[in-house]
Ligand binder design. Sequence first.
Ligand SMILES: [Fe+2]
Length: 226
Amino acid sequence: MTVTWTSGYDINEAVPLVQWGLKGDAQKKSSAGTLTFNRNSMCGSPARDFGWRDPGFIHTSFLKDLWPNAIYTYRMGHLLANGTYIWSKSYSFKSSPYPGQNSLQRIIIFGDMGKAERDGSNEYNNYQPGSLNTTDQLIKDLNNIDIVFHIGDISYANGYISQWDQFTAQVEPIASKVPYMVGSGNHERDWPGTGSFYENMDSGGECGVLAETMFYVPAENRAKFW
Ligand SMILES: [Fe+2]
């Protein structure tokens, strides 16, 4: 299971980690990676100019060798230079079945969601108010969902970087409880001359950098999530 979160701590300021284990059992610690990117990683406007906002640091940890069908608890932490830990609140998930075992898996597959403002307000380049309905319905049904596939056009930030944090905050109640698998859409990836399948400008200059950092996979080609 992959756990991802953001913070203001670069790797030389604090060590990121996840403390986790079977519910009610001993909780061990696993290290996490720390990634970021800067303006020059963006391929064009608005991501590189008026859409830019410093993303802070994105941490990813891989929880390995899980027992099948088991409830796990976990929390994210940082070990500060003075030896003290700071911790997030505690979350839980159920691990996957053993491969091939007889089981019922309830799967949600959708794309093109985006994000919206909780207080009903509007802001520049904000055009997915219905995403709140989708998110809230998924949260309501979460006990009947085993895994979610968001197959592309994830945040629709389109180069307005701060919208990624709004999106991840919006889906956190889902993504912290069940696996939230993502694919790369035109609004994450496309930018002329950067290797995207389509030669259009739909990513707003992000050219996949946001998506592949917020949803990090240890692949040779990080733009290929699976
Ligand atoms: Fe779309």
